[in-house]
Design a protein around this ligand. Structure first.
Ligand code: BGC
Length: 760
């Protein structure tokens, strides 16, 4: 790698400005006279959309493996498998001479209505952060970079280019930034892509607090920030906001604007130099990888098949699955012939091949006869004749497999879903078929939760197969015939109805703003807190076997926050076939100074078990497993107290609990003032020596104020609780008549003493 500082000195202002804006839709500006090569980027994220002509946004891309989309990947909860997918995508990128893959997409599923949820991992930041980390490590192990996107709070398609997400500070840190923070710190993506939208009134592409203070300074991000395609509105403002590379290019007028701004002093050249430095570092890092050659398309197809099978979630099964001893299977639904395996928009891939579910089923069906009919039209029309045909076919068969895919006009990048329902024809079809065929299995292809209550009762089984990638047809056959035991679990809650969902009252916003009024409480955090029943809870998924859990054990029952703890549990396969179980660890804080979710996912592991086999699963919990973001301190803090460590098979199926005592080692600055409440004074440990004697004295005075001095009369008041929410000064003033010094002086003196003892 050449010396970057020397290069920067040699570059002209024009060259620097040009480097910070793309040369084409997919490449950066090369500087031949200085030996600076171009850098090629390509979508992303579930395979490559490598457009052969860099100046074209949309022509057919080169064939590459279409892996299952993020909803399916996430439902595997298998970090090693995600790493392998990343590695395979990295290999393909190398072969297709791509330096940076534009992914993974790491936004939270705030509402199941978001049209792009198929590209996002989860409603839970810990799960998303872990999966993004392993994806990035996989890709980057091949000498190819990633672009972690879309940073940040890009959780809907409605007005995505302009809307301002109004998110409070704590919610931002705990929910919408957390998955990015994990991936940036743990996997060091080469680049981060800023989102189109505004965050609290400022475009992400100009958001210095977001891109500089948080991403680069606080998290130590060393790569460059690239704009989402067309997200830059003012190039000079975006450079000042710490956005390094504008894409796509060319944009001559933007380059000129930067040159002018430096020349007339509106932009400090050191800001431009910093972006140049960051881009050059990655350009030369990428140049160390030799591109070209081929990739093993067969092997990647096989990988795509096993990932798809492991990501499918068995939502319901009355025993009809796996299919056995069937002579005639009615295969109904267009998606049995036209596999629905990916979503629309920038992630759309030209696959190396496509497994047709009907064909793959036939391969594993032995002597059984398979007959097909379409069941529903490709468009939004209603065709009773297709339903009648399906009913007639289903009657003659032993089993009906109903392939139901959510049409692209209802779910895609670029627009949100109007509702969570299947089409009217699909619902009518399921009802009509289940009325005549009790052994009806519904296979769903969609990218995010759908409502099921209208039609699920009559079904024998439901398999959520997601947008399952190009090998999904084979994977489906594997699962339906029991070659693979399903082991996926939901990475998002399936609500009963749209009006139950957390963002219902605040989505999609209007007048330029969407208010994240539900705060921290998205996904299961909301359903848990409100006690709202759901169709299928977060973390849920069935299997062809059963698992038993021992009581969980902790490596220590009393710890300091910095030490962390390991949770172990023995899991036994109590059924008769091999299977995989996803063990989930949630943390419940019994008491905190700020409201906290009932429980939060802080660890998980996937374990493979033969029938009768037992394995001990150990899951570590670190400082962040117990911490929350405190808006008074503007940082993550822990508090002394008791925590329940819940080990479960889903968020609603907790199999065992262990209790932990935690001691905070944080030395927090004093943020008390004279109007801080008594509970706040009590919560701040360094204040105790000064405050406790005053507090005890005040308490006895208050007891006398509200009861008789000798205690013979009591109004039954809880004096402690009564005092808790009173501001310190008000309480002192309340007792002024019996105090020797003025209340204000006493408060000021206490504050002085506490501040002098507090850590800085
Ligand atoms: C999408 C990005 C994508 C980019 C380039 C944008 O519209 O939001 O995810 O990487 O286009 O195709």
């Amino acid at each position: 790698m050449p010396d970057i500082e020397t290069l920067i000195q040699q570059m002209t202002l024009e060259e620097k400005a040009a480097l910070c804006t793309g040369a084409s839709a997919w490449s950066t500006t090369p500087i031949e006279r200085l030996g600076v090569p171009e850098l090629i980027v390509s979508d992303g994220p579930h395979g490559l959309r490598r457009v052969p002509n860099n100046h074209s946004m949309g022509e057919t891309s080169l064939p590459s493996t279409a892996f299952p989309t993020a909803s399916c990947l996430a439902s595997t909860w298998d970090v090693d498998l995600i790493h392998k997918v990343g590695q395979a995508i990295g290999e393909e990128a190398r072969a297709l001479k791509v330096n940076v893959v534009l992914g993974p997409s790491n936004n939270m599923k705030r509402t199941p209505l978001c049209g792009r949820n198929f590209e996002y991992f989860s409603e839970d930041p810990f799960l998303s952060g872990q999966l993004a980390t392993h994806y990035i490590n996989g890709v980057q192990s091949q000498g190819v970079g990633t672009s972690l996107k879309h940073f940040a709070a890009n959780n809907q398609e409605y007005q995505r280019f302009s809307i301002s997400a109004a998110v409070d500070e704590r919610t931002l840190h705990e929910i919408y930034l957390r998955a990015f923070e994990m991936a940036v710190k743990e996997a060091k993506p080469w680049t981060v892509m800023c989102a189109y939208n505004q965050l609290n009134g400022t475009f992400c592409s100009e958001h210095r607090w977001l891109l500089q203070d948080t991403l680069k300074d606080a998290w130590g991000f060393e790569g460059f920030v690239v704009s989402d395609w067309g997200a830059v509105h003012d190039r000079v403002a975006s450079l000042k906001g710490a956005l390094d590379l504008e894409m796509p290019g060319p944009r001559d007028r933007r380059v000129e604007a930067v040159i002018d701004a430096v020349q007339d002093g509106a932009l400090d050249e050191s800001i431009l130099n910093e972006s140049v430095r960051r881009i050059l570092r990655i350009v030369f890092k990428a140049a160390e990888t030799r591109g070209g050659g081929t990739f093993d398309a067969d092997q990647h197809h096989a990988l795509a098949r096993s990932v798809a099978a492991d990501g499918m979630v068995l939502l319901k099964n009355n025993g009809v699955l796996p299919l056995r001893d069937v002579n005639h299977i009615a295969v109904i639904g267009r998606s049995a012939q036209a596999a629905h395996f990916q979503g629309g928009g920038s992630s759309h891939i030209n696959p190396t091949r496509i497994d047709i579910p009907f064909v793959e089923l036939k391969k594993l069906a032995g002597n059984a006869e398979l007959t097909y009919c379409a069941g529903y039209p490709a468009d939004a029309g209603f065709h009773q004749d297709l339903i009648d045909e399906s009913v007639a076919l289903a009657k003659t068969a032993d089993v009906a497999l109903l392939f139901i895919s959510l049409p692209a006009y209802k779910e895609s990048e670029g627009y949100d879903r109007p509702d969570l329902d299947l089409t009217a024809q699909q619902v009518a079809l399921i009802k009509a078929v289940t009325a005549v065929q009790p052994k009806t299995v519904v296979v769903l292809n969609n990218g995010s939760a759908v409502t099921v209550s209208d039609w699920i009762d009559g079904t024998a089984a439901v398999l959520e197969a997601w947008m399952m990638g190009q090998a999904g047809g084979g994977a489906l056959a594997d699962v339906l015939f029991g070659k693979v035991n399903p082991s996926g679990k939901l990475s998002e809650t399936f609500p009963i109805s749209l009006s139950d969902t957390p963002a219902y009252l605040n989505f999609p916003g209007g007048a330029g703003e969407v208010r994240y009024g539900e705060g921290l409480f998205i996904g299961y955090r909301y359903y848990d807190m409100k006690g709202v029943p759901v169709a299928f809870p977060f973390g849920y998924g069935g299997s062809y076997t059963t698992f038993a859990y021992s009581a969980p054990k902790l490596s220590a029952t009393s710890i300091r926050d910095v030490d962390g703890v390991t949770v172990s549990v023995d899991v036994t396969n109590t059924g008769s076939v091999a299977g995989k179980e996803i063990v989930q660890v949630y943390v419940h804080d019994r008491k905190a100074s700020l409201v906290r979710p009932v429980k939060e996912l802080k660890g998980f592991a996937k374990v493979a078990l033969q029938p009768g086999e037992t394995k001990t699963v150990s899951i570590p919990l670190d400082f962040r497993a117990f911490a929350f973001y405190h808006t008074g301190y503007h940082q993550w803090i822990t508090e002394d107290g008791e925590f329940d460590i819940l080990v479960g098979a889903s968020s609603a199926d907790i199999r065992g609990t262990a209790t932990l005592i935690l001691r905070s080692t944080l030395e927090l600055p004093c943020i008390l003032n004279r109007d801080s409440t008594i509970s706040e004074w009590l919560a701040y440990k360094p204040a105790a020596p000064v405050f406790m004697p005053v507090y005890e004295d005040l308490k006895s005075r208050m007891a006398k104020t509200f009861g008789s001095a000798d205690g013979s009369e009591s109004v039954g008041m809880d004096i402690d609780t009564f005092m808790m929410d009173m501001p310190m000064l008000s309480l002192l003033e309340f007792q002024q008549s019996s105090l020797a010094v003025p209340a204000e002086e006493l408060a000021a003196d206490m504050l002085r003493q506490v501040r002098s003892q507090a850590p800085v």
